[in-house]
Write a protein of this length. Structure first.
Lengths: 330, 330
């Protein structure tokens, strides 16, 4: 296991200590619990948006807490859900009089704990709404049971912008829903990653083998086979995406090419170029392209491609400036 | 070779096509040569800063071309220098009436080609100055012959800020020199990386082996041995850094913890936390901490730690907002 760590069991907390030490002007924790991650710049009267999920996906999830995006995050251990109490403690801290939107990935443990936290908030007369990201097309034919992956970025961006505009709780929820309805993702892995406390990967991929559709926790995909070229991967991915969510000639989309961890930025741009050629051929307009690490799986090699169909309102939300310790748009 | 690419020989150009397609509002190329990478937002009367170097280190080098930083970049093949003609073509495009600073890493091929480009500029009555980054302490006992690595970020940031303030050519050079004099880096690798056209790595590291002081092209380091903990790596690195450039109690530094490619952001923050503990114990003040991928070696696992001693003037330069397709500070 080639990792720069101390004791594997301290992976999450050592990471959090490093983050708080580096960015005390932007984030803090409450209740003496490092995993109750909150903005240090709460804004009165604004809808609070809270996310959460397991460690191992930086900048997901906590990396999107900051100006113009989210207000808090419940931080779980590696690939584990935060507890309901942690989410509740974050909720009490960042709620600013306009209610809370819980916006997180579609995973069983997270749903259970966010729902419990919502009940605890209700007893305190704090209003909440919930929505889950479920953009991973290959994870299930039924859109409601799909896993949430990198496409949640567009939900964060649109909901965060609407909240920054001082929208109501239901307006912020509607912005997240609109982004969700218009976003789809396909991902593929070239290598597994290792959970620090396990010390070895739970599966292997052969020397020239990849896994199309693999999840960000190593969930099985739709096929394993020889590594394809960037052009071939873009072709297959775009077909899957556009079959699931048709985009007409002349319509506009944003593209997010996301690295899973070990894949170089150079390769992500090669892949992004392959995607762009296909879109240009189809006459689909690319409004904006995001390339980089937005949702990772520690040191997994691989990438995902997300598309988000946009109208004028969504373009405005997506372009709004944001600033977190991990992601800045100006 | 687990890479998302098309033909290996097109690695650099496919990457560049992806970048130009994604960010046409910010960058362009000239003379029909993808490798002549220029800002799309030239500012009249400003000193132009040009960098250059081999592909394989994104966001280094071209990723720092943008508002508040650099104006152009000569792009070489993987781990190769750009040609003198390419640097000259970039120079002609971005020169804006106040001369050019060449600011790049201390590598023989780059020096030769930048010097030739400077001579070509001289014949056009374009004034140039040159300075090289040489921050890698373990690469040589003699500071003048050290390799340039991630610490060049602070040179870019200070020179870029001085140029944005409309400083003269010699003032911009002085800002870069000041950053250089106050910056040191130590790096270490856990795995090698593979040059696409070679198809296999030029060396191997054992299952539990690392290389302290390895260069970003795989140049040999000062020792190979079992992987140390984050705390131990921080301890050894900070000793090397502070022995070479003493920092007194109460003095202020910026810290840059840089990932070489495959190392997760989680690990970089664990390492950053280890560095911070040492600085706090010594009473050295941390003005600002940067954590992420600033200078990589494709899919190499490993990290580097840079420190930059700062005064009020440098703090102002380092805090100035910048915006490139790869790096934004607001």
């Amino acid at each position: 296991m080639k990792k720069i760590i101390n004791a594997p069991e301290n992976y999450t907390d050592d990471m959090l200590k490093g983050i708080y030490a580096a960015h005390p002007d932007q984030v803090k924790y409450v209740e003496g619990d490092l995993r109750c991650y909150c903005t240090a710049n709460k804004k009165d009267g604004k809808v609070a948006i809270i996310t959460g999920g397991g460690t191992g996906h930086l900048p997901l999830f906590l990396g999107y807490v900051g100006d113009g995006l989210l207000d808090g995050c419940g931080v779980g251990g590696v690939f584990q859900s935060p507890s309901a109490e942690q989410i509740y403690n974050v909720s009490k801290e960042v709620e600013a009089g306009a209610g809370i939107l819980y916006l997180y990935g579609n995973y069983t443990g997270d749903i259970m704990n966010f729902d419990m936290a919502a009940e605890m908030c209700e007893m305190d007369d704090i209003e909440t709404r919930s929505i889950v990201g479920a953009d991973d097309v290959n994870s299930n034919a039924n859109p409601d049971t799909r896993r949430g992956v990198a496409g949640i970025f567009f939900m964060y961006k649109c909901a965060g912008a609407k909240a920054a505009e001082m929208g109501t709780l239901d307006e912020v929820l509607a912005a997240a829903q609109k982004a969700k309805d218009n976003t789809r993702t396909v991902g593929f892995a070239l290598t597994p990653c290792i959970i620090p406390e396990v010390g070895h990967s739970n599966f292997t991929l052969g020397e020239n083998e990849m896994a199309m559709g693999m999840g960000i926790h190593g969930e099985p995909g739709v096929w394993n086979g020889p590594i394809k070229t960037a052009d071939e991967l873009a072709e297959e991915s775009m077909k899957t995406l556009l079959d699931d969510m048709p985009v007409k000639e002349g319509e506009e989309i944003c593209v997010l090419v996301n690295g899973l961890g070990a894949t170089s930025i150079e390769e992500l741009y090669i892949l992004s170029g392959s995607v762009r050629k296909i879109l240009d051929e189809k006459g689909i307009k690319t409004y904006r392209t995001f390339v980089g690490e937005y949702a990772t799986s520690m040191e997994m090699a691989g990438a995902s491609i997300s598309i988000c169909k946009v109208d004028d309102e969504m373009k405005k939300w997506i372009d709004m400036p944001v600033k977190t310790p991990f992601y800045t748009q100006a």
